[in-house]
Design a protein around this ligand. Structure first.
Ligand SMILES: *Cc1c(COP(=O)(O)O)cnc(C)c1O
Length: 233
């Protein structure tokens, strides 16, 4: 288990360095190159100043749950930071698809045909094609976003064949309080079966375990930015 969350109140540059070192260690243990894992710094609920501090420390990839919050923080930072990449990682309402396509470089939470349809239409209108990951509800939790395990294969086909969307990988959030490893292993197997290269899995509490299972993106919030000032939706 990572002990990075114990440093949750360290200054952002120090916390970031610690998380990067833990990623490198986990990669070394798994015989993987440290460049094979991208750190998505999850800045939800934290102010733009925190993002600026992380940018100054060399972090370029960020994650936000809510489109509206992302719109309030990131477009203003882009002119000075053209290298910035924003991932939308939270459940996405269909009526937010167009805003999501405008603000995001990657959308990790594609999880139903209606949303695939809305994103395809928004991409055509905006002339902008963020990279897409399909979120899988590996724990089959009713309150959680994500396509059901058994429907994932068919959904990938629908995205590609019916809506012309190119899907680059899969994302999951294992149930809280459960061993995440079987969920990570399931996602990795599903991705391999469908020839998908990107695997977004692992958060502050479990990213080294996710790296051992093949994660290419880890989404880390608390261990970088500290505890959230208010709960995220
Ligand atoms: C908040 C969030 C994270 C980051 O969680 P931490 O435990 O703070 O690292 C990662 N992924 C998603 C989808 C999230 O909503």
């Amino acid at each position: 288990m990572s002990d990075a969350s114990s440093l949750a109140d360290a200054p952002i540059p120090a916390a970031l360095a610690r998380v990067k070192a833990e990623i490198a260690e986990a990669c070394a243990r798994a015989g993987r190159s440290p460049d094979s894992v991208q750190l998505v710094a999850v800045s939800k609920t934290h102010p733009a100043e925190s993002v600026v501090q992380a940018l100054a420390a060399g972090q370029t990839v960020f994650g936000e749950n809510r489109v509206q919050e992302a719109q309030g923080k990131f477009p203003a930072l882009r002119p000075a930071h053209p290298e910035l990449r924003l991932h939308i990682i939270g459940g996405l309402q269909t009526n937010k698809a167009r805003d999501a396509v405008r603000v995001a470089d990657v959308i990790e939470s594609l999880d139903r045909p209606k949303l695939a349809e809305a994103l395809a239409a928004a991409m055509a209108k905006e002339g902008r094609r963020p990279e897409l990951l399909v979120q899988v509800n590996t724990g089959e939790e009713p309150q959680k976003s994500g396509i059901a395990r058994a429907e994932a294969g068919n959904f990938l086909r629908v995205c590609q064949e019916e809506y012309g969307l190119s899907i680059s990988g899969l994302m999951c959030i294992p149930p809280a309080g459960e061993d995440p490893v079987p969920h990570f292993a399931f996602l990795a197997e599903l991705a391999a079966r469908h020839g998908l290269k990107r695997l977004s899995m692992g958060m502050s509490g479990d990213f080294p375990l996710a790296i051992a299972q093949g994660a290419t993106h880890v989404r880390v919030g608390t261990a970088i930015f500290g505890h959230r000032p208010y709960p995220a939706a």
